[in-house]
Design a protein around this ligand. Structure first.
Ligand SMILES: NC(=O)CC[C@H](N)C(=O)O
Length: 354
């Protein structure tokens, strides 16, 4: 039953069975603890270049529908699961997960011991790996993996190349696209906003020309320190317009204001991460997907306050500027997938625009 294997860069091997596209593939292996949401996860541009393993053991059972994509094409480079369900059952399903992965050329690997793989990532920390045919020796796969360059500047691959807009009769919001999920556009237009989506390297004066009421910095893949060209724009924009930042947008806001970021041991990816809002003392269950964090100790001498913390590991989950109407969160108020406990943050942003 096994015809493929995942070889991690430290030599650990996990046997599996191919589904989806059959090409070999390499990348960072990350785990997501959501029980559902594989369609949104696959198409979330923040997963660009990553091979995602789902800790929930049964994947594919509700198929793929035409509405829940977070971008036009899957961004994750592979999907690794325990049991792949070949016969989905859901009235919204228009195809199977296998059909999507084949059409979009994304390799899948099933029958993998995903519990052991997740424990491995938790203990070792972030790790690269390669999925290859079982006929290749482990040494051959490792040699091949060593020749594949580590990705950087992921944002360039996923940010829009041209300006586009979503109509609305309310506030005009410029959304800087570092790898935006459609859910963010959906949440803003649901509140009446006209949303103008611009490329990640748009300058502050180009944003001025669009005459926005507010600016949103989107989520996106990779290391925030790869996107330094956005920092002068953020410093200028935060003085002029209400600002909201999500995930990568939060990390870039921190860097722009003199704080630091670092790679986490194994990141936060799932739909059940508890976060405390320090203003209201309320705890929200949040959708998360990040492998970097803002260093808590670096915030002290900056014009920023910590507004939210993760209850699992005490990491920084939200920031605000002491002098401007600017706030950011490390997690996903647009959910997709996940609970929408945090959607009040969009309302907070809209209040700032009034
Ligand atoms: N979802 C995101 O925006 C992720 C941000 C960043 N790429 C990280 O992994 O931490």
């Amino acid at each position: 039953m096994y015809n493929r294997k995942l070889v991690l860069e430290d030599g650990t091997v996990f046997l599996g069975t191919a589904f989806g596209c059959l090409d070999p593939v390499a990348g960072e292996v990350v785990f997501n603890t959501g029980m559902t949401g594989y369609q949104e996860i696959l198409s979330d541009p923040s997963y660009f270049g990553q091979m995602v393993t789902m800790t929930y053991p049964l994947i594919g059972n509700y198929g793929i529908n035409d509405q829940d994509f977070e971008s036009f094409s899957p961004s994750a480079s592979a999907l690794i699961v325990k049991e792949y369900c070949e016969v989905p059952s859901n009235w919204r399903a228009s195809k199977t997960l296998d059909e999507l992965l084949k059409a979009k050329k994304v390799p899948g690997l099933c029958n993998v011991d995903t519990r052991a793989l997740t424990i491995k990532i938790r203990e070792h920390g972030a790790i690269r790996g390669m999925i290859a045919d079982i006929s290749m020796s482990d040494e051959e796969v490792l040699e091949k993996l060593a020749t594949i360059p580590v990705l950087n500047r992921h944002v360039e691959h996923v940010s829009t190349k041209m300006v586009y807009s979503a109509p609305g009769k309310g506030h005009r919001v410029v959304l800087v696209d570092f790898g935006v999920k459609k859910g963010i556009i959906r949440d803003l237009t649901a509140r009446g906003c006209e949303v103008i989506v611009v490329p990640f390297n748009t300058t502050a004066s180009q944003i001025d020309q669009l005459n926005p009421d507010g600016v949103v910095l989107s989520n996106g893949p990779g290391d925030p320190k790869d996107v330094v060209e956005a920092l002068p724009m953020i410093r200028e924009i935060q003085e002029k317009y209400p600002l909201m930042g999500i995930c990568l947008g939060h990390q870039l806001f921190a860097l722009a204001n003199g704080a630091d970021t670092k790679k986490m041991k194994f990141g936060h990816r799932g739909c059940n991460h508890p976060v405390k809002d320090l203003k209201t003392n309320k705890v929200h269950i949040t959708s998360q997907n990040h492998g970097y964090e803002v260093c808590k100790e670096s915030i002290e001498n900056t014009p920023l306050n910590v507004t939210h913390v993760a209850l699992n590991d005490n990491t920084v989950e939200g920031l605000e500027h002491k002098h401007y109407k600017a706030f950011t969160v490390q997690y996903h108020p647009e959910a997709s997938p996940g609970p929408d406990d945090a959607s009040y943050l969009f309302d907070r942003f809209i209040e700032n625009l009034n």
